[in-house]
Design a protein around this ligand. Structure first.
Ligand SMILES: [Zn+2]
Length: 301
């Protein structure tokens, strides 16, 4: 962690990284234990360009995006999902450029959010709602939207058809496991959305946070196996004793940075809900908070 902190301070956020023939990347100055160095904004195209995830409300970052685009025109603003480190700057960029915004949908109305740190941007409303497999075309580039619910219900990955690259947003991250926060986040959807990616033949993934993923199929299979391993671990422990999330976290995440434990408890809750739906476990003491109520192995299963 010490090394990471040093790297964060030395990062030059005005730097534009050329990552392929069609793609550039600018990182927003919002480093944290959840975003690593910050939100990676991708710029696609040469003359008429598309921007994926303009990031949090940081004016200097929007200025860096516009500088990176140079004299070319921003025609499309694409949003992977409505978390506060991805979509809020879309409206400023739209005002400055006149480009339309594209996303699966706004944050769903009527959902009682959790108090979790990775907050939702409830103000964002896309100009154009994208559906699964919808194509967006610009001069010299073609992007396909792939609906990948799980991390959030409105999450999209974007494939750049010309380069067989997939922009994975937070669905697949380059440095940590994706957080799944109920009730909008859903572990069963997340696993299905990982399997969905395996049906395509991408050669490279670019996540919003972290490094590119060069062997994506193997990486995604590893993520699915990791979640399966966690299910087995939970069931094994619950066969011995009923436990609350507060009791499970130190057992399962003893080697994880403690600042990530609140995130880990959210994903753990998502896994417990999934196991309860499959009737493998049942919750007890439901009047208590999510972290305090206990979970029991269902011997009738
Ligand atoms: Zn997110």
């Amino acid at each position: 962690m010490q090394k990471l902190r040093k790297n964060l301070f030395s990062l030059d956020y005005s730097k534009v990284e050329n990552i392929s023939f069609l793609v550039k990347k600018v990182i927003a100055p919002n480093p944290s234990p959840f975003t690593l160095h910050g939100t990676g904004t991708f710029i696609i195209g040469k003359e008429q360009v598309c921007v994926i995830d303009p990031g949090p409300l940081i004016e200097s970052h929007v200025d860096n995006i516009i500088k990176a685009v140079d004299r070319n025109i921003i025609s499309h603003i694409l949003i992977t999902h409505t978390h506060a480190d991805h979509s809020p700057a879309a409206n400023i960029l739209k005002k400055k450029t006149g480009a339309k915004t594209y996303a699966f949908d706004s944050y769903p109305k009527g959902i009682k959010g959790s108090n979790f740190e990775e907050a939702h941007d409830k103000d964002f409303i896309p100009d154009v709602k994208l559906r699964d497999n919808e194509i967006i075309k610009g001069k010299g580039w073609t992007i396909k939207a792939i609906h990948t619910p799980g991390h959030t219900s409105n999450h999209l990955c974007f494939s750049l058809e010309e380069e067989k690259i997939l922009f994975t947003g937070d669905h697949v991250m380059g440095w940590a496991t994706t957080v799944v926060v109920p009730p909008d986040g859903n572990m069963d959807d997340y696993i299905s959305s990982l399997k969905k990616l395996l049906k395509n033949n991408f050669k490279l993934y670019f996540p919003t946070h972290g490094s590119p993923i060069k062997n994506p199929e193997k990486y995604v299979r590893g993520l699915i196996a990791h979640r399966k391993m966690r299910e087995v671990q939970i069931l094994d422990e619950l066969k011995k004793n009923s436990l609350s999330i507060n009791q499970m976290i130190p057992k399962f995440y003893s080697t994880t940075d403690k600042r990530l434990w609140p995130a880990a408890s959210m994903s753990l809750l998502a896994t417990l809900i999934s196991l309860e739906k499959k009737r493998k476990i049942v919750s007890e003491k439901n009047h208590l908070k999510d972290n305090e109520k206990t979970w029991k192995y269902n011997t009738l299963y």
